[in-house]
Design a protein around this ligand. Structure first.
Ligand SMILES: CC(C)(COP(=O)(O)OP(=O)(O)OC[C@H]1O[C@@H](n2cnc3c(N)ncnc32)[C@H](O)[C@@H]1OP(=O)(O)O)[C@@H](O)C(=O)NCCC(=O)NCCS
Length: 212
């Protein structure tokens, strides 16, 4: 069994634990050694908080880490702290996820794909992508690293999503649009035209309301 620690202790970290439990029900793959957080003398659902990022980075034996954080910038910042080459970042895929074509769907390191999500064909998910519950990703779509999609986001075909994009729950992205790096899409938005980088866009159709 691969030893794994979950980075974070919030709600999403506990949801990640449920994904690991479901994977282990299918085949015993991961031994959870605990959660990584500053509040060391506590436990979460019976698992200890084993220390902070610095303590984990000092590991002397191989350890897998799951960065259970949805906010893209924070994900990147946390990942970049871990310089120890004994650390691995596997991708977690809930057993209920449907991947239409295992050959043409590429999934990088550190991705988390939650229950009920569906990916069809000719898709590239770069490293550290989060697809929360029941997201769909259509054909010929490419998503750059650290981007996060909250529950029930639908991404149509031939969509390009830049690095560090955050898409709120229930948003829909129509086919053949691009979303620029660092952009935030509000919950329930319909992205009907390409969005520039580093803006917050909301509504139907989604329009930028601010740049950051
Ligand atoms: C888009 C979002 C990021 C904006 O957050 P923010 O930058 O803090 O912006 P504010 O809350 O100040 O809102 C700015 C304006 O946009 C409006 N707005 C915010 N979110 C909106 C949305 N999803 N759809 C339509 N309008 C929205 C606000 O009502 C406000 O309008 P006003 O200026 O007329 O009062 C946020 O509202 C959102 O939708 N987040 C997604 C959350 C989510 O999906 N969580 C899932 C957790 S699992």
């Amino acid at each position: 069994m691969e030893k794994v620690a979950i980075i974070g202790s919030g709600g999403f970290a506990r949801e990640v634990l449920t994904i690991i439990n479901e994977i282990n029900k299918q085949s015993q793959s991961y031994e959870v050694i605990g959660f990584v957080d500053n509040d060391k003398n506590t436990s979460i659902h019976g698992f200890p908080v084993i220390g902070d990022d610095d303590e984990v980075n000092a590991t002397t034996e191989p350890l897998s880490l799951i960065i259970a954080v949805g906010e893209p910038h924070l994900k990147e910042k946390i990942y970049k702290k871990f310089t120890n080459t004994l650390l691995n970042f596997p991708s977690l895929i809930h057993p209920s996820v449907i991947i239409g074509d295992m050959v043409s769907v590429e999934i990088g390191r550190g991705c988390i794909i939650c229950a009920g999500s569906i990916l069809t064909t000719d898709i590239i998910l770069h490293d550290f992508i989060t697809l929360n519950l029941m997201c769909t990703v259509g054909h010929d779509t490419e998503i750059e690293e650290y981007s996060s999609f909250m529950p029930s986001v639908n991404i149509s075909g031939e969509v390009n999503v830049g690095k560090g994009v955050y898409v709120g729950t229930g948003a829909k992205i129509i086919n053949q649009v691009d979303i620029g790096e660092g952009t935030i899409v509000g919950a329930g938005a319909v992205v009907a035209k390409s969005l520039p980088a580093n803006c917050t866009a909301v509504g139907v159709p989604a329009k930028p309301i601010k740049f950051h």
